[in-house]
Design a protein around this ligand. Structure first.
Ligand code: PXL
Length: 272
């Protein structure tokens, strides 16, 4: 039996719901083998939940990249929080050098709850260095508005316009994800391949326990690509998975509630 191999190049979310933890849990749920290159460690102040972000030293990131890219290989990979322009440059250099395929770029800019980009220079570096080689870019509405340099996105037409602009920057597919802002009560995701706008629509689950949803959804698409699905098929499979994970979202403490990665295999009774 050949086991599909996936890689995530991302940050560690100490609280376990997002980042590399979400990616590995998701890979496991799909039965694919997960590997990691850790770029940043995020800890939280216990009384305020202010995020403390510690980038991993560049030579340590490089040693990890070499381990996987030169020592093992993969069937599909994704990026998450990359932490600094230097890390983005390093990762982009390795992806190019090895002519890698099935690359998902999740353009993480902030953690949930804030609409302020911590490091705007990272957005520019992602646009220049990572988007052009991506098979799929998976921004939420906010990240899409930053990448496309549009104002805030509120309508179906604005979502399509942003997808087209990001596609122009060199991504082969763009998946923009929304929950409730475009159409009340709906989670509307838009996939654009340069020719067709395709909508994936579900009822929006009424919960604020969605921490890590973006990471989980892009990891689910990555797992599908590693299994040999097309981008479209992988997006469809991931949409079902993330909808269930959000439905199983739970309170971790007074500040945060993550999605439940195992939700798709649990009965409704187990979740309530
Ligand atoms: O959800 C965005 C995100 C991504 N990666 C890491 C994070 C977070 C938010 O907390 O900590 C490592």
């Amino acid at each position: 039996m050949t086991v599909p191999k996936t890689l995530t190049i991302a940050g560690s979310d100490t609280s376990g719901g997002a980042g590399i933890q979400a990616d590995l849990k998701t890979f496991q749920e799909f039965g694919v083998y997960g590997m990691t290159v850790l770029t940043t460690i995020v800890a939280m102040a216990p009384r305020t939940w202010d995020h403390l972000v510690y980038p991993v030293a560049l030579d340590v990131v490089e040693a990890q990249l070499k381990t996987v890219l030169e020592g093992i290989g993969f069937d599909a990979m994704k990026t998450g929080m990359l932490g600094s322009v230097e890390i983005i440059e390093l990762v982009a250099g390795y992806l190019k050098k090895h002519d890698l395929k099935r690359i998902v770029i999740d353009p993480v800019m902030v953690c949930k709850g804030t609409d302020e980009v911590l490091q705007p220079e990272n957005t520019e570096a992602m646009l220049e260095l990572l988007i052009p080689g991506a098979d799929l870019v998976t921004p939420n509405l906010f990240e899409a508005s930053q990448l496309a340099k549009t104002g805030s996105i509120r309508t179906v037409e604005q979502m399509q316009e942003a997808a087209a602009i990001i596609h122009e920057r060199g991504a082969r597919h763009v998946l923009i994800k929304d929950r409730g802002k475009i159409k009340e009560g709906k989670a509307m995701d838009l996939l654009y391949d340069g020719h067709t706008f395709e909508w994936f629509e579900t009822d929006s689950v009424n919960t604020s326990f969605t921490h890590g949803a973006g990471c989980t959804s892009s990891a689910a698409v990555t797992a599908g690509l590693a299994q040999g699905l097309s981008v479209r098929e992988a997006v469809e499979q991931a949409k079902q998975f993330i909808t269930q994970a959000i439905a199983g979202g739970f309170r971790l403490n007074e500040f945060v509630g993550p999605t439940l990665h195992a939700a798709h295999r649990l009965q409704q009774n187990d979740l309530s």
